[in-house]
Write a protein of this length. Structure first.
Length: 460
């Protein structure tokens, strides 16, 4: 819906006021504003009015693809075999599955998949997003036997194993075809109150898919892309953010190479966002920053293992951290069981990073984490694993603090929150209750309406 809007009787900074929106911006805030004839009046009934929420790290195209895929995350190994053997191929002729986890399903390669499904092309994505496993029919379809892509794993004889590491861009090009529509993803995010997203996919092809979706209004959100060669052209809801760099744990880059990529991004006027999960990867990343020099806006994505010394090093360099609290809620038991015992106190820090002086912002990492920011609020404040274990009680963060991170600007995650004020963009979320009540039991069901640039993108 478009047009001028009067939000009547809303809670804003503890007071009950009305808020007028015209031309995509807030034009007036006051008590008992008189509605104009052309305005749409939305009753707040005392519900809180918030700046629109931001997801500072997710993967839009992968989320759309996951929604169109077979989710095997809840299956046992035998169940996975049954699902893949019975699954109906999609329009492209492939069986596409997501949610594979080696801890639950064991190791997969082409031979294992061939035993379950030989004649139909099958590709299965590891839950981390870093690995695809395809069967022999899939390799034939891709022509991977002759491919020179470094992510195509081979055994000692040179035979492809079916395991494709960080090969999304190559895989997308090899598969061809039109990607799934992003419209359902945009609508779902709007229903969660999300008005701003940072697409953390590093390749330009995915960024262009996202940019096209914004231009076609499939995605109503403001979108910041992080691919190195992103071409977003002129659009009021598109921007270019830091350059995403991946420090892959299975193939750590050379220090000089990583530092060189940082310098290249900085020379182009862009900070970097470094995917960094392990303790070793973080140490390498910090060393690369020391060699390359820093830039305002540099950030580390995930920072899944960081001791207090590393947290202080991040703070001293002014490096932000974008973390994912729902991964603890979804996979915390696996992290506990599979990680080194010495790493347990340092897993997925949040409060400890803040205490060290690091700017921290939450995000979902969807589709690998939960895209619901209200689940993020719960996860960060509770730190409960699926079994009910508390993973890092000292890392709990109050929901109100997490909310500040969710309303921080895309270009400044963890910085001062965006404000609702006259002249500011009308990217707003209206709740059905006061903020204090909503934060006691965070739930997306509290959302009454979401406005993006003054347009109602969702209304309950």
């Amino acid at each position: 819906m478009t047009g001028d809007v009067l939000l009547s009787g809303v809670e804003l900074r503890g007071s009950l006021v009305d808020c007028r929106v015209r031309g995509g911006v807030v034009t007036e805030i006051g008590r008992q504003l008189r509605a104009c004839s052309e305005e749409l009046v939305v009753r707040g009934d005392g519900g809180a009015l918030l700046p629109g929420l931001a997801d500072h790290h997710l993967h839009l195209a992968a989320t759309a693809a996951r929604d169109a895929s077979l989710d095997v995350s809840a299956a046992s190994r035998d169940g996975l075999a049954a699902l893949l053997s019975e699954a109906v191929a999609g329009e492209d002729g492939w069986v596409r599955a997501v949610g594979y986890a080696d801890v639950a399903h064991g190791d997969l390669d082409r031979d294992v998949l061939d035993a379950w499904r030989r004649t139909v092309p099958v590709r299965v994505q590891h839950r981390s997003g870093a690995l695809w496993v395809v069967n022999s029919a899939g390799l034939d379809r891709l022509g991977a036997r002759a491919a020179v892509h470094e992510g195509v794993e081979r055994d000692r004889t040179g035979r492809p194993t079916g395991r494709l590491w960080r090969a999304d861009a190559w895989l997308r090009e090899a598969l061809g075809g039109r990607p799934p529509s992003l419209r359902p993803v945009g609508a779902r995010l709007a229903a969660f109150g999300v008005t701003h997203v940072a697409d953390a996919t590093p390749d330009a092809g995915a960024a262009e898919v996202v940019a096209d979706a914004v231009r076609r209004d499939e995605l109503p959100q403001h979108v910041m892309v992080m691919a190195a060669d992103a071409d977003v052209r002129s659009h009021p809801r598109l921007s270019v953010g830091p350059v995403k760099l991946v420090v892959a744990d299975h193939a750590l880059p050379d220090l000089d190479e990583l530092a060189g990529r940082m310098r290249q991004a900085h020379a182009g006027g862009r900070p970097v966002a470094v995917h960094c999960v392990t303790r070793t990867a973080l140490a390498l990343t910090l060393a690369a920053f020391d060699q390359a020099g820093g830039m305002d806006g540099d950030r580390v994505e995930h920072c899944a293992v960081a001791d207090l010394s590393a947290a202080k090093e991040l703070a001293a360099r002014g490096i932000r951290v974008v973390t994912q609290p729902t991964l603890v809620a979804l996979r915390g038991d696996d992290y506990w069981a599979r990680g080194e015992p010495g790493d347990r106190p340092d897993l997925w820090r949040y409060a400890g990073l803040l205490r060290a002086g690091v700017r921290v912002a939450p995000s979902s990492d969807a589709p690998y984490g939960d895209p619901d920011p209200w689940a993020c609020l719960r996860a960060a404040s509770e730190r409960l694993t699926p079994s009910g274990r508390v993973l890092g009680a000292g890392e709990r963060v109050p929901a109100r603090t997490v909310l500040r991170g969710l309303v921080s600007p895309l270009h400044d995650p963890g910085g001062p929150p965006r404000e609702i004020a006259v002249g500011e963009p009308a990217d707003l979320v209206l709740l059905d209750r006061p903020l204090t009540d909503a934060l006691r039991a965070p739930d997306a069901g509290h959302i009454r309406a979401t406005l993006i640039k003054g347009r109602i993108a969702h209304e309950a």
